[in-house]
Design a protein around this ligand. Structure first.
Ligand code: NAD
Ligand code: UD1
Length: 339
């Protein structure tokens, strides 16, 4: 079976994808510098998979470190999750974001080219579409200049990989544009463990639910949506992980550029999410309204039919599954991997 290097494999989406790769019979290798992950995730992955997964500690920006797994293994493909992802932080530290995400990806792609590894799957984001002109978003929807350095790094890496594919036509470049990943593995052993106070909705909800935070502030109540709050396409992280496996099966050794939206196709408002979460915990989750958050898009959800038609992949988890699993993870691990 194919050996797949997973950069950022100790992180939230990476760890879930490693589990699904093992389940599907692939041999993943994790590469991570733990800048936003904890070593405690590795024994948890082992517990779920029933075997350990090889691990390299290293930084994608450091060529000698990036080369090690290629020198020591025959790598058939790379799923590239490693990167910094906090939108607000990227506004304050743009150079760190370009260095880590864009420069890091340059080093990785150089090493891949030099070692003859031509299968590249990249974690892109629906953020590349900016404020949509119309929903649902298809892969042909226009790419807009991003409203944060983080978003711009995703656009830049997409373009860089596409240009490389033109120059080295053996490359198979797959760009997966994620909508809003939430939830956790049903075992409750791995999940999202953000540092500090979460910026994203779901980890904020789970931390209020376990009493680590007091009350959710809903950002804005006068958006032009049915209930006045913003709409997103929340997708269970295990569905996202199986989306990577489906993309790998379809795109491995198929030269070209392959682009897929990974979403459910259904939009939920912030109020829908609060209601679903309240149901999962059996009482109303403390919440209040606050001002709009700068940079928020009003309504964003995917048309996932290309992934369905070409990859045979659809998201199967419901909103109830997402809230139940997110809560289960947080309840079992109130302080994340520090427990
Ligand atoms: P995460 O922070 O949990 O995972 C990223 C991992 O990469 C971490 O384990 C971190 O330690 C590692 N890493 C960062 N810089 C590195 C470097 N220079 N060298 C080696 N390892 C490094 O984030 P995630 O939510 O799992 O996201 C994974 C990818 O998906 C990211 O590229 C992110 O931008 C993208 N993405 C995430 C979302 C989301 O909502 N979570 C949405 C769209 C796209
Ligand atoms: C955010 C990023 C986006 C990134 C995505 C990754 C911004 C402006 N956008 O998107 O670039 O790709 O994360 O998943 O940061 N909300 C509240 N209260 C909270 C937290 C969130 O009401 O405490 C609302 C937000 O206003 C939004 C919705 O919940 O309407 C979802 O927010 P979030 O989880 O941060 O995701 P995005 O805004 O889609």
């Amino acid at each position: 079976m194919s050996t797949i290097l997973v950069t950022g494999g100790a992180g939230y989406i990476g760890s879930h994808t490693v589990v699904e790769l093992v389940k599907a019979g692939y041999d993943p290798i994790i590469f991570d510098n733990f800048s936003n992950a904890k070593p405690a995730v590795l024994p948890r992955i082992k517990q779920i998979c029933g075997r350990s997964v090889p691990f390299y500690a290293g930084d994608i920006r450091v060529r000698e470190q990036m080369e090690r797994p290629f020198k020591e293994n025959k790598i058939d493909g790379v799923i590239h999750f490693a990167g910094l992802k906090a939108v607000g932080e990227s506004v304050k530290k743009p150079l760190e974001y370009y260095d880590n995400n864009v420069h890091g990806s340059t080093v990785l792609l150089e090493v891949m080219r030099d070692y003859g590894c031509h299968n590249f799957i990249f974690s892109s984001s629906s953020t590349v579409y900016g404020e949509p002109d119309k929903v649902p978003l298809t892969e042909d929807s226009p790419i807009k200049r991003a409203n944060s350095p983080y978003g711009q790094t995703k656009i830049d890496i997409e373009y860089m990989a596409e240009e490389l594919q033109k120059a080295v036509p053996e490359f198979s470049v797959t760009l997966l544009r994620y909508f809003n990943p939430v939830g956790a593995h049903e075992s409750g052993l791995i999940g999202e463990d953000p540092r500090g106070i979460p910026n994203n909705l779901m980890p904020y909800l789970t931390q209020v639910a376990v009493g680590r935070l007091e009350c959710l502030t809903i950002f804005g109540k006068d958006y032009p949506t049915p209930d006045g709050t913003c709409i997103r396409d929340y997708i269970h992280v295990v569905d996202l992980a199986t989306g990577h496996v489906a993309a790998l099966k379809h795109c491995l050794d198929k030269p070209g550029v392959h682009i897929y939206n990974l979403g459910t196709g259904t939009g939920y408002s912030v109020i829908d999410m609060v209601k679903a979460f309240s149901k999962a915990i059996g009482h109303e989750l403390p919440h209040k309204f606050g001002p709009r958050r700068e940079g928020d898009v009003v309504c964003c959800y995917a048309d996932p039919s290309k992934a369905k038609n070409e990859l045979g992949w659809v998201a199967t988890h419901t909103l109830e599954d997402m809230t139940r699993d997110a809560y289960n993870w947080q309840k079992n691990n109130p302080n994340g991997y520090d427990d």
